[in-house]
Unconditional design. Structure first.
Length: 196
């Protein structure tokens, strides 16, 4: 079988897994069932390998954003990343207690903005290497994308996704690798007063 044929086969399998997940959500199947399908899709999409270190030791699908932050993002494919046991432990180390949404992410020592940006960079690289369409396999609801804007600012990214100029995955990486808009503007103002 040629590489191109293998890619088509792999794509078909991923579409089938994703559609099963979509149907399960639509039909109101149990949380446990939907999560199992979500996890199965994420691991297959990532080639059954840790996205951070390539290990295949006890891989698990990890939520980049916890459901307490964005309830709907529980089954979104743009919110999943495959991690090995070791990298998964690292991902959960920082978290303590409930998040305060009025604080920037990372302020409570929980979700680390650099870590989020790093995961989305790795997913972008994997999508490129495996030739996977962002909108098919790394999908974000508008609710999720707008949550990013609420926390970080930079609303223009949201509108560029709506205009299909960039994908949700590209927005996710770009918005999280930046300091929040207010902080960015304050730094600019301090350093380039002539522009304000
Ligand atoms: Zn790993
Ligand atoms: Zn996890």
């Amino acid at each position: 079988m040629s590489v191109a044929d293998m890619r088509i086969k792999e794509n078909d399998l991923l579409i089938r897994l994703r559609d099963r997940l979509t149907r399960a959500i639509e039909h109101g199947r149990s949380d446990r069932w939907c999560l199992a399908l979500w996890s199965r899709f994420i691991r297959a999409r990532d080639g059954y390998q840790c996205i951070v270190c390539d290990s295949d030791d006890r891989i698990e699908a990890h939520h980049v954003f916890r459901r307490t932050l964005v309830p709907r993002a529980r089954y979104e494919t743009g919110n999943g990343i495959t991690l090995c046991r070791k990298c998964h432990k690292v991902a959960h180390e920082g978290f303590n207690g409930r998040p305060d949404l009025s604080l920037p992410i990372g302020a409570q020592g929980g979700d680390d903005q650099d870590e989020i940006a790093f995961y989305y960079l790795k997913l972008l690289e994997a999508a490129e290497a495996r030739d996977l369409a962002h909108d098919e396999f790394y999908a974000f609801s508008n609710e999720m994308l707008y949550f990013f804007v609420k926390v970080q600012g930079f609303e223009q990214f949201y509108w560029r996704v709506q205009e299909k100029e960039i994908t949700g995955l590209i927005m996710a990486y770009n918005i999280w690798r930046r300091a929040p808009e207010k902080m960015t503007m304050a730094v600019l103002r301090a350093n380039l007063p002539e522009f304000f």
